[in-house]
Design a protein. Structure first.
Length: 137
């Protein structure tokens, strides 16, 4: 089956004062959270891409997205369209990458934020290859 290159789903962003939560009304168990609204929108894209890739891989039903104007929300919540760009996601997953949680000092995170062109995952892969003297498969 040929899947589309883009999926667009509305997300509901809500804050509790300490951070932002994101849910997708059309997708069960598809949630994320972040400290700021901007980070929440970025994280929403990542979680949407991951869940849609999983649905494709498992050949699960791909639900129809609710129109943005039809999404019900509470006062103070933001309804935002989130777009998953799938060709890149499929390419990344095809290389059998696994997700790892990374802990770095806060000052490094601050420096990384100044360099949006740095791919942390690729940087880590290259550092591991160098440290372990590995060659590309």
């Amino acid at each position: 089956m040929k899947y589309p290159d883009l999926y667009s789903y509305p997300a509901v962003l809500s804050t509790d004062g300490d951070g932002w939560g994101v849910s997708f009304p059309d997708l069960d168990n598809c949630y994320t959270a972040a400290d700021t609204l901007e980070e929440a929108i970025v994280e929403a894209r990542y979680v949407l891409e991951d869940i849609m890739y999983l649905r494709e891989k498992e050949k699960d039903e791909i639900p129809t997205a609710t129109k943005l104007e039809d999404v019900k929300s509470n006062p103070g919540e933001i309804v935002q369209l989130i777009v998953a760009v799938m060709p890149e996601v499929r390419r990344e997953h095809s290389q059998k990458a696994v997700k790892k949680t990374l802990t770095i000092p806060a000052w490094m995170e601050d420096e990384l934020k100044k360099h949006s062109d740095v791919n942390v995952s690729l940087l880590l892969q290259n550092a591991i290859k160098q440290e372990l003297n590995l060659t590309q498969r």
